[in-house]
Design a protein around this ligand. Structure first.
Ligand code: AP5
Length: 217
């Protein structure tokens, strides 16, 4: 039962790779971004607190996201877990150690996706998804085959994340550099950190991650 963290700035491909690992290895993706967006959509007390913070591109409080992760870890009992977008601060990294220890789990790898930030801004501001089935698209890199119609389910409804505009993306990048990058040494010192070339095509990035998880890299 493997537990891993995917680390990288906004748009690095954490969600893309976590979804592949979930599909191919039966691991469970725990994305704090997805959890917070669900809370915002449902109008829960956490969602009401998180909404404006996320729209500005700033980080939601450590206490809130650590509590969300604790709940989801209990639901994932018996399965390996991919932490996607968590931890994002040293405080969250320390909280994760405690949450894992309480459940007799340990971290196997922390995988950093190394990327070019300017290219990521283009990736993020062009992305959108099908409102019905969630399939992902991009204005330039991966538009639907028939404009305005989902390739997978035929829906004509699409959505964009409210934080996927250039100003907010720049704030999210700055938050990553200031608060998340400093946790890399925390894991490097424990021998857990591995780096992959995140600007490669999706399947090549996936192959690099597989090699690490299979002990071949
Ligand atoms: P979150 O949802 O975690 O967003 P993020 O980290 O900004 O990351 P993204 O989801 O934008 O990108 P990703 O790395 O998953 O890339 P993706 O696979 O989608 O967080 C949102 C907000 O929630 C935060 O700003 C904060 O406010 C709050 N929050 C969340 N967690 C928190 C925490 N722990 N603490 C405090 N606050 C928290 O890929 C991006 C695009 O690129 C897609 O279009 C994809 O198709 C494409 N793509 C992916 N890989 C490749 C590739 N190799 N080649 C070409 N295109 C690719």
């Amino acid at each position: 039962m493997m537990n891993i963290i995917l680390l990288g700035p906004p748009g690095a491909g954490k969600g893309t790779q976590a979804a592949l690992l979930q599909a191919n290895r039966g691991m469970i993706q725990l994305s704090t971004g997805d959890m917070l967006r669900a809370a915002v959509a449902a109008g829960t007390p956490i969602g009401l607190k998180a909404k404006s913070v996320m729209e500005k591109g700033e980080l939601v409080s450590d206490t809130i996201v650590s509590a969300l992760i604790g709940e989801r870890l209990d639901e994932a009992a018996g399965a390996g877990v991919i932490f996607d977008g968590f931890p994002r601060t040293l405080h969250q990294a320390e909280a994760l150690d405690i949450l894992l220890g309480q459940r007799d789990r340990h971290l196997d790898y922390v995988i950093e996706l190394e990327v070019d930030e300017e290219a990521l801004v283009k990736r993020i501001i062009g992305r959108f998804s099908c409102a019905k089935c969630g399939a992902n698209y991009h204005d330039s890199f991966h538009p639907p085959r028939v404009p305005g119609v989902c390739d997978i389910c035929g829906s004509t409804e699409f959505r964009r994340r409210p934080d996927d505009n250039e100003a907010t993306v720049r704030t999210r990048m700055a938050e990553y550099r200031a608060k998340t990058e400093p946790i890399l040494p925390f894991y490097a010192d424990r021998g857990l950190l591995r780096r992959v070339a995140g600007m490669a095509p999706v399947e090549d990035v996936a192959a690099q991650i597989d090699a690490i998880l299979d002990g071949k890299s």
